[in-house]
Design a protein around this ligand. Structure first.
Ligand code: ADP
Ligand code: F6P
Length: 328
């Protein structure tokens, strides 16, 4: 992957890619200010890989990231970009990095974005990935930028739905984000005391069993039945109709949607994202490339992107079992 002299980094680029996540700005700010403090130049790339291919590249100063740590979204914007999945797109992106003198690139996003970073690393652009997704579905890390804010946002919204659901003695289905991953649903299910959590990882979901449990729950004297349903299972509105018809219990569906991805980041997201952003720059300065920064067993560590992408993580079964016990 290039000799040592090719790894001397003078200009660092930073981009955000895939779904945005609260805390991305804290990471960008940390990249910019750490790089500047180490005497490097920083270039911001707008709209992820799409912006890179369109050469939407700006210089970033310390003041450009003032008043951003508390802001949700990403000041650099984000995008999805099909062209980056092609070999021609990847070669063009690497050539543009070279044209702009970007010899180190920090990519903030999920696994898809890391796959892009991996391709660029193979083409001679030193890259470091930072895990940015509200889904928590990056296998090499126990923490992803944005999850803490999103799960707290969802939790607060679900508390409000619970108030009205209890008053009316209803069944409520609350759909949270997570097309392929159930972490948001699991955490909300435990934090909000849900009776049932539905996650895409659950292969054997049986609506008939759910309906029987709702009836049993009523017999036990509970005033409501909260179902946290991950987007990957979805169909909440129709499911509510079916449940109401089968149980005679009024049932409402609430889809929280993209409000979960916005808002001011929590303290945890600001701090972890700041530390990760700063570490990314120091890894590049140390001559590292094709790495992802993660957080595991109480420590920040970095992994080879190839290894990180090959890792798998599953919803901890015991946590799911605990959520069921606590719904008694
Ligand atoms: P995330 O980064 O959150 O997983 P996506 O899967 O949408 O989000 O990926 C973000 C972007 O990363 C894609 O739009 C594409 O530009 C780039 N990307 C995804 N997969 C690859 C790949 N296999 N090779 C190169 N680039 C990729
Ligand atoms: O950011 C992750 C995520 O929120 C997933 O949970 C969800 O499936 C997806 O992004 C939806 O993204 P979009 O609506 O931007 O395509």
């Amino acid at each position: 992957m290039g000799n040592d002299s090719e790894k001397i980094v003078r200009t660092i680029g930073v981009l955000t890619s895939g779904g945005d996540a609260p805390g991305m700005n804290a990471a960008i700010r940390a990249v910019v200010r750490t790089a500047l403090s180490r005497g490097l130049k920083v270039r911001g790339i707008r709209r992820g890989y799409l912006g890179l291919l369109n050469e939407e590249i700006i210089d970033l100063s310390a003041r450009d990231v003032s008043d951003t740590i508390e802001r949700g979204g990403t000041i650099l914007q984000t995008a999805r970009c099909k062209e980056m999945r092609t070999e021609e797109g990847q070669q063009k992106a690497a050539a543009i990095c070279k044209k702009y003198g970007i010899d180190g690139l920090v990519v903030i996003g999920g696994d898809g974005s890391f796959a892009g970073a991996q391709k660029l690393a193979n083409l001679g652009v030193n890259t470091i990935g930072l895990p940015g997704t509200i889904d928590l579905d990056i296998a090499c890390t126990e923490y992803t930028i944005g999850f803490d804010t999103a799960v707290n946002t969802a939790m607060e919204a679900i508390d409000k739905v619970r108030d009205t659901s209890t008053s009316h003695e209803r069944c409520s289905i609350i759909e949270v984000m997570g097309r392929d991953a159930g972490y948001l649903a699991l955490w909300c299910g435990i934090a909000n005391g849900a009776e049932r959590i539905l996650m895409p990882e659950e292969q054997d979901f049986d609506e008939k069993v759910l309906i029987e449990d709702i009836l049993e729950n009523k017999r036990r004297g509970k005033k409501n039945y909260i179902i946290i349903n991950a987007e990957g299972i979805g169909d909440s509105i129709n499911m509510a109709k079916r449940i109401e018809e089968a149980t005679g219990i009024e049932t409402r569906a609430t889809i929280l949607g993209h409000m979960q991805r916005g808002g001011s980041p929590t303290c945890k997201d600001r701090v972890y994202a700041s530390i990760m952003g700063s570490l990314a720059v120091d890894l590049l300065i140390a001559g590292k490339s094709n790495r992802v920064v993660g957080y595991k067993h109480g420590e920040y560590i970095d992994f080879d992107i190839d290894e990180a992408l090959a890792m798998r993580k599953a919803i901890p079964e015991y946590q799911y079992e605990i959520s069921k016990i606590l719904a008694l």
